[in-house]
Design a protein. Structure first.
Length: 372
């Protein structure tokens, strides 16, 4: 017994006066982590055997008392030998002793929950801003309409399984760290149903489920972000033999809108003013998520100026209010001039001086106002 000298309380991480419930809880927590089926750690099996041995000793009043008074030597002289158990049976043991399914084995007795289904839809940014409803096609397994889900051809009866005598379960007695233990497992011949179908339903070939193309109306809340998923519970594949249906997951993609850049709940956009509009001031149409609005720009508007439209951004998902829209001013400079235009600009330049281009607001003040 290579692990004999490790302190059992330390192995389980419980104080010496821990009660049965604490010991059980500690073992369960460690077992979950260290079972070789789930642990990546190289020494998981050895450590799992150690904690199992610790649990075996401490969960029994007699062996615990012996250990508390005389340590490992006391156990040996008392004739204790740890159980050599089969690792594979641990899932069943846990189901029996802790009333749950430790490793997610699931589906005991064949009442399996249906699988989840997933689909993806792409929506426009403006629809993401308003919230929208989409119809999503799914192919899901549904309970067979011909046989009602039991897989039996209508008018015929299934016969009792001769292997398990109709109970659906097979029992087997084995020795384990918990003492003598009766293992129950689903009967492989009938899959836990207790009955064998002689005449399977012709529609579903006895599976009890058929694939059906369905359409689900999905409400997409305002403010949803690209990459978020919506879960519609109970709309996945039908479960086997009356098991619960799985869920449907819809992955939402929000298509990029070339007019806007989204950052969180804020929207950035750009407006082009000609040099004349920027210099003289102008009222121009600016695109927002709610449509075009007229914005008036003062004379002397500069490239890089930012106009903040409060509350014109994206709605806060499942919250209140909306982000802002920040409109960045771009000033377009003529690329081709006629002789007349060139003459006018030259004349304008001759009439200009340093005051014409004087800055009112400091550059850094403007930066600050842009990122406020
Ligand atoms: Zn059927
Ligand atoms: Zn059977």
């Amino acid at each position: 017994m290579a692990t004999a000298e490790h302190d059992y309380y330390e192995l389980l991480g419980v104080p010496r006066d821990a009660d049965d419930a604490e010991i059980k809880k500690a073992f369960r927590r460690l077992a979950r982590r260290l079972h070789p089926d789930v642990s990546e750690e190289p020494d998981a099996e050895a450590r799992f055997r150690e904690i199992s041995e610790a649990y075996e000793v401490l969960s029994n009043a007699e062996t615990r008392q012996l250990y508390d008074r005389f340590g490992h030597a006391g156990l040996r002289s008392g004739g204790f030998t740890p159980t050599h158990f089969d690792m594979g049976s641990l899932g069943d043991l846990f189901a029996a002793f802790f009333g749950d399914d430790l490793f997610g084995v699931g589906a005991r007795g064949g009442r399996a929950r249906g699988a989840d289904v997933a689909a993806e839809v792409a929506i426009e940014l403006v629809d993401a801003a308003r919230g929208t409803k989409v119809t999503v096609p799914f192919e899901t397994a549904v309970s067979c309409a011909t046989c009602g889900g039991d897989g039996v051809k209508p008018g015929t009866q299934p016969i009792q399984c001769d292997r398990c005598g109709g109970s659906g379960r097979l029992q087997q007695v084995s020795r384990s760290l918990f003492g003598e233990f009766i293992r129950t497992s689903a009967c492989p011949q009938c899959g836990g149903r207790g009955q064998v179908i002689e005449h399977p339903c012709e529609t579903c070939n006895g599976a009890g489920r058929t694939l059906e193309a369905r359409k689900l109306d999905v409400d997409i809340p305002a403010g949803i972000h690209d990459g978020q998923r919506i879960r519609i519970s109970g709309e996945g594949h039908a479960g086997a033999l009356g098991g619960r249906a799985g869920d449907a997951y819809v992955l939402i993609r929000v298509r990029p809108d070339e007019r806007f850049v989204r950052e969180g709940n804020d929207i950035f956009s750009q407006v082009d003013l000609t040099i004349v509009e920027a210099a003289l001031g102008a009222t121009v149409g600016v695109e927002t998520l709610d449509g075009s609005v007229e914005l008036t720009f003062d004379p002397g508007t500069q490239p890089g100026d930012v106009r903040v439209l409060r509350g014109k951004g994206m709605p806060v998902l499942q919250g209140f209010g909306r982000g802002d829209q920040r409109v960045l001013v771009n000033v377009t400079v003529p690329r081709r001039l006629t002789d007349e235009q060139r003459r006018l600009l030259e004349e304008f330049d001759r009439a200009s001086d340093a005051d014409t281009y004087r800055r009112d607001e400091g550059f850094f003040d403007k930066l600050k106002s842009a990122f406020r």
